[in-house]
Ligand binder design. Structure first.
Ligand SMILES: [Mg+2]
Length: 217
């Protein structure tokens, strides 16, 4: 195994999305049309080049959809989608064996990275895994969301590693797996149903299998 760096997506990868559905339901219902608009904005912004100031562009796209000013949009995004949503995900329970697998990989000498489309804030600390990471960054700070090349290039640049020595682990096939493979990284897909002819080098739903695959010769 030539992998030296194991990089993880966060939401839906370290914890199952189902872990937040129940707690998120009142939030989603209360903010339904704003949630829909924000989801569209996050989709649209992936296709814009150059993005320029990420937060500003995001606010402008949201403002146009909602008929409000970019300033009001920026404040609303901050309070609803960053702070409140962050508080919900912070309480999520990680996938079974995720924590022990991260510690096992660290102990086996892999360098660990967390690379998320959303701000990481203090989530990793809240989950008790704050001390494991050599790299932690939000794609927003890099300026482009996945599957754009910039986040994956940022990883390779930080570790000064050939992309082929980096494994990206994620739950979203189009963003995480295709995005990583297109930049020459290896990719592991967290899923119960791998797509036919998946481009992932490895697919798993039990974190222990990921640990086994990475540590066996
Ligand atoms: Mg994800």
């Amino acid at each position: 195994m030539r992998v030296k760096v194991v990089a993880f997506d966060v939401d839906g990868t370290l914890y199952p999305n189902s872990a937040v559905y129940v707690r998120a339901l009142p939030f989603l219902l209360r903010n339904l049309s704003a949630v829909r608009a924000f989801a569209r904005v996050r989709k649209d912004i992936r296709k814009i080049r150059p993005v320029g100031d990420f937060r500003r562009t995001q606010a402008e796209l949201f403002a146009a959809r909602r008929g409000i000013s970019p300033e009001a949009a920026e404040m609303l995004i901050e309070s609803v989608f960053y702070r409140r949503w962050d508080a919900i995900t912070r309480k999520a329970r990680l996938f079974p064996h995720a924590r022990e697998t991260l510690a096992r990989l660290k102990g086996a000498g892999f360098r660990l990275a967390a690379l998320s489309d959303f701000p990481l804030s203090a989530k990793l600390e809240a989950w008790g895994i704050g001390g494991l990471w050599d790299y932690r960054r939000s794609c927003e700070d890099i300026g482009y969301l996945k599957p754009n090349p910039e986040p994956f290039r940022d990883l390779a640049g930080f570790f000064a590693a050939p992309p082929g020595e980096i494994l990206y682990v994620g739950n979203n096939y189009a963003y995480d797996i295709v995005g990583a493979k297109n930049q020459g990284l290896m990719a592991a897909h967290v899923t119960r149903h791998a797509p036919p002819a998946s481009r992932a080098d490895f697919s798993f739903s039990d974190f222990r299998r990921l640990g086994d695959w990475l540590t066996e010769e």
